[in-house]
Write a protein that binds this ligand. Structure first.
Ligand code: M6R
Length: 614
């Protein structure tokens, strides 16, 4: 949600910032802007509504020389997407420029007070309030920028990652964070800063993850300094980045989303690597092994997540209940944080988040910790906030996911939950050695089976043409295929803007069946499992009401294949592995329908990859 970049050093500042904005554009693309400070200390701000390419066009004839600069790509919260609401924002005397990711909750109170003091506002944003406040404090106290930033942040409620530069001081950037990610890259007499490491990796592998309530002072020719909001200096913890540039490029695919769908045989292999051990006879998750007692003694497991991660969580519930015989509740993190969650000692809370930055999930973790629960994180982004806020956890290791619609992260999350269920089942003695050995073999076979499923690509491309102009879709499934159907529906609506509703197939007769007619296609997820006979009846119920059906079935299926209009066959796997296999044709179907409709699949309207606001 919003991306910020900053640079101070000898390179072409504008080029570093623009490249960085392109890398961060998945975080928001309502508007973009740069603030550049010339070596003489003159501050210029350029901004444009829309994508980063609009900003580049706007900057073509501008003075772009600079010693330092900050930049921003926006996902609008306060104020519509427009040139004037775009960041960076100037202070009233145009001496300071700020970029900000997050929301200032008490901005209205602060704004009213500043207006009383004669401040004039130009935008509708909460960010402008912060920069005006910093300026006001700086002038009133006649102090240095760092002191004014510190005092201002002490008055602010909300979430922020900010970077501020000051006219007349072309070799300094002040940056700070609270509940919004901020990474500093340390180069050779140069500093980079960004919302995540993607704009930095091409220049340096040495990074510092700024923690909440810390302010970074980046001055050319001096070592980086970190102070707290109460002005105590903190030590700098430099981490080596494991990211590579090739992971951030499209690698010949027209879109990140398609690349990420096709990467799944490899990402699933990476996710499994080192975890299915002893030739498949045991599952090793360090995060579980190191906290055995918590999982052995758990009376209940609560899983919190949002969006696609919440769908993975539902699959996790089915897996853990089946394999570990322990009750599991799945909650939307945004509801959990406000529904007075009742947690007891001995409860384990699992938080799932691709980005590791989702504000609601972070808040849910905080509540769970406060109530004494043991919190386990499942995340993709190494060094992000959620892995740092949890007691233990597992990375899904699927590499950077850039497409806004989650694909490979979903299958990675489901795979980690599968491994976790088996590891915990082993610890609790609810699975036998023979079962575990059998499961290990089945898991090891998955990457190759996913490769096989991807061969449906051409068939799905053709099929998509038939359904591109449907206005509504129903996605149905039972058991493990129910959350898979929910995820299929979410994928379609996110990128094609077609209304799609996921439903448990048996619930359909309690209401949604009224919607079915020739205009309402249903995608029915019906692999061969213990509910197969039941879903056959649901397929017939749809057919007899004139609805057309795309069925995802197990290879060799003869019953549903004879009823459905179109059939996508996937290889046979045990039912607890079906969601990984059946979700892939649905990812491809959504992709091709969106492409046929001319939509921007990597940057769908109104969305952002990482949702760091409430
Ligand atoms: O980073 P997270 O997994 O916490 O993100 C949660 C949701 O915002 C995310 O899954 C969202 O629903 C995606 N756009 C789904 O494709």
């Amino acid at each position: 949600m919003c991306g910020i970049v900053g640079y101070i050093g000898d390179r072409n500042v504008y080029d570093v910032l623009i490249k960085g904005l392109h890398r961060l554009e998945y975080r928001g693309y309502d508007s973009a802007g740069v603030a550049l400070e010339t070596p003489e200390g003159v501050l210029n701000v350029y901004k444009a509504k829309g994508k980063v390419s609009n900003l580049e066009n706007f900057c073509k004839d501008k003075d772009l020389q600079a010693s330092c600069g900050i930049a921003h790509t926006r996902w609008a919260t306060h104020g519509e997407p427009s040139d004037v609401n775009a960041h960076p924002h100037f202070s009233d005397d145009r001496k300071l420029a700020i970029v900000h990711n997050g929301t200032i909750e008490n901005y209205q109170i602060l704004k009213d007070a500043l207006i009383q003091h004669g401040c004039r506002f130009h935008s509708e944003t909460d960010t402008e309030v912060l920069v005006q406040l910093i300026e006001y404090i700086k002038l009133k106290n006649n102090c240095q920028l760092i002191d004014a930033v510190r005092e201002a942040l002490n008055q602010v409620q909300g979430a922020y990652a900010i970077a501020v530069i000051e006219a007349g001081n072309p070799h300094q950037i002040i940056a700070a964070r609270k509940s919004s990610p901020l990474v500093i890259g340390i180069g050779n007499d140069e500093f980079f800063l960004a919302s995540d490491a993607t704009p930095i990796v091409e220049f340096t592998k040495e990074v510092v993850y700024v923690k909440d309530n810390e302010i970074a002072i980046l001055r050319r020719g001096e070592p980086m300094k970190l102070v707290t909001l109460s002005n105590e200096e903190v030590s700098i913890d430099v981490t080596a980045l494991e990211l590579s540039i090739s992971q951030l490029e499209k690698g010949g695919y027209p879109h990140f989303m398609l690349k990420e769908i096709f990467e799944q045989p490899v990402t699933l292999r990476d996710c499994i690597r080192g975890r299915v051990i002893e030739g498949g006879k045991s599952i090793l998750l360090n995060g579980v092994r190191d906290h055995k007692d918590k999982f052995i003694n758990a009376k209940r497991i609560v899983i919190v997540a949002c969006g696609t991660s919440w769908h993975a969580a539902l699959i996790g519930k089915y897996l853990i209940q089946e394999m570990c015989d322990v009750p599991v509740n799945v909650e939307y993190a945004s509801e959990f944080r406000y529904n007075h969650p009742v947690l007891e000692e001995g409860d384990v809370v699992i938080a799932i988040s691709q980005s590791g930055e989702t504000a609601d999930t972070l808040a849910a973790i905080e509540i769970a910790r406060d109530k004494g629960a043991f919190v386990y994180g499942i995340s993709n982004v190494v060094g992000s906030s959620i892995p740092r806020a949890t007691h233990s956890g597992t990375y899904i290791h699927v590499g950077p996911e850039i497409g806004v619609a989650s694909t490979k992260a979903f299958t990675g999350q489901v795979m980690v939950l599968t491994l976790l269920a088996i590891a915990v089942g082993e610890l609790r003695g609810t699975l036998t050695k023979e079962q575990i050995a059998e499961y290990g073999k089945e898991i090891n076979a998955i990457p190759d089976l996913v490769k096989q499923v991807l061969k449906l690509d051409e068939q799905i491309k053709h099929l998509s043409a038939i359904y591109t102009y449907a206005r509504n879709f129903l996605y149905l499934g039972r058991g493990y295929s129910y959350p898979a159907a929910l995820e299929g529906a979410l994928k379609l609506k996110e990128i094609s803007y077609i209304h799609a509703e996921g439903y448990p197939a048996a619930e359909m007769k309690h209401g949604p069946i009224a919607l079915i007619d020739a205009e309402m296609p249903s995608v029915i997820v019906a692999p061969y499992d213990h509910l197969y006979e039941k879903i056959v009846s649901n397929v017939q119920q749809v057919k007899s009401r004139g609805g057309s059906i795309i069925a995802i079935v197990t290879e060799g299926d003869t019953v549903i294949s004879n009823i459905a209009d179109h059939v996508l066959e996937v290889p046979k796997v045990p039912e607890w592995l079906t969601p990984i296999i059946t979700s892939i044709p649905m990812q491809l179907l959504s992709y091709y329908i969106a492409i046929n409709k001319g939509k921007d699949v990597d940057m769908p309207r109104n969305l952002a990859k990482s949702v760091t606001v409430e």
